[in-house]
Design a protein around this ligand. Structure first.
Ligand code: G3H
Ligand code: 13P
Ligand code: ZN
Length: 316
């Protein structure tokens, strides 16, 4: 069942965070749905602009509709990740997305407010939730690369002003994470002090953490042992997901970790079976491994085991 992120956040707020996982193809969709059903967790499917372009935007929609038929007990939102204004309108008008992210965080505050407010008005007219972003994460996203020194944490006072002016439903905050596999040099922790201040200015308001992949060391070691060359990677400590959830983080974005699972499975498979050229055997292994990975993340997020209670609360 497709619901809005606002419905998911109402149930999760202060107790657990919902995993928001990016997908690009059918194998990721199968692993994601299976992992969430196995762990009895609600979830958010994220589709980036790049994912919509990878094959055809209609392809992913069809895959998700099919997965929802195969796993009828699933409860999830379909969300545009890092949208610009034009892509937001395309998704709002598609009749398929239940949530969009307008990311005007690279613009000055007033312009960010202006753009976000326009998207909020159009989305709310159709019952669609809107995530906006304030502050700037480091790392790479789509075609934008923000150098470490230019990333800036979200200002808690500005956050309150921004939410009041735009009417957005959730806010992506920069609290020390960055996109990709190289998040920290040395120190590895979220800025809980900033998060606490944002929560005190916006009590009860759903916050979003981007760049949340944990970049597991053993995963990277296995990739490198099978021919990869990923150096100096570091992710978020996944034991910090739940403490962040208690401070109002209701959505935790994970993409890079899924790519690492894919790379590890395929590198090891073709290293061990150099004469193989059928892509289905490693594809099957990937689906199983990705499902296990998703279930493990849902347990750390606290979303595992929440499905039945959420279903009951949606009927009230
Ligand atoms: O924040 C970016 C997400 O990881 C999506 O990545 O734009 O390469 O699909 P992508
Ligand atoms: P990671 O690169 O840490 O997986 O973050 C993904 C993300 O924030 C998608 O919006
Ligand atoms: Zn992101």
């Amino acid at each position: 069942m497709i619901v809005t992120t606002a419905q998911l956040f109402k149930h999760a707020y202060g107790k657990y965070a919902v995993g928001a996982y990016n997908i690009n193809n059918a194998e990721q969709a199968m692993g994601l749905f299976r992992g969430c059903i196995d762990s009895k967790a609600p979830f958010i499917i994220q589709i980036s602009k790049g994912a919509r372009k990878y094959t055809d935007k209609r392809m992913l929609e069809a895959i998700i509709r099919a997965a929802a038929d195969i796993f009828p007990e699933s409860i999830f939102a379909v969300h545009l990740d890092h949208g610009d204004e034009e892509t937001c309108y395309d998704c709002i008008n598609s009749g398929f997305f239940s949530s969009v992210m307008i990311d005007a965080s690279h613009d000055p505050f007033d312009k960010n407010v202006e753009i976000t407010k326009r998207v909020v008005d159009k989305a709310h007219a159709k019952g669609i939730s809107v995530e906006a972003e304030l502050g700037m994460l480091g790392g790479v996203e789509e075609d934008i690369k923000v150098e470490e020194g230019h990333a800036c944490l979200t200002d808690p006072d500005e956050a309150k002003d921004f939410v009041t002016k735009t009417g957005c439903d959730s806010l992506a905050c920069a609290i020390g994470t960055s996109h990709g596999a190289f998040k920290f040099k040395g120190r590895q922790s979220l800025h809980f002090d900033v998060l606490e201040k944002i929560k005190s200015r916006l009590p009860g308001f759903p916050l979003v953490m981007h760049g949340s992949s944990s970049v597991p060391k053993e995963e990277v070691q296995r990739i490198n042992a099978a021919g990869g060359q990923i150096k100096d990677s570091m992710g978020v400590d996944p034991n910090e997901y739940l403490p962040a959830a208690k401070l109002g983080v209701t959505k935790v974005n994970i993409d890079t970790d899924g790519r690492l699972v894919w790379t590890r499975v395929h590198r090891e498979f073709f290293r061990d079976k150099p004469a193989e050229f059928d892509f289905r055997p490693p594809g099957k292994i990937f689906i199983d491994e990705y499902a296990k990975f998703i279930a493990s993340r849902n347990r750390l997020l606290g979303s595992a085991g929440q499905l039945d209670d959420l279903r009951a609360s949606l009927k009230k």
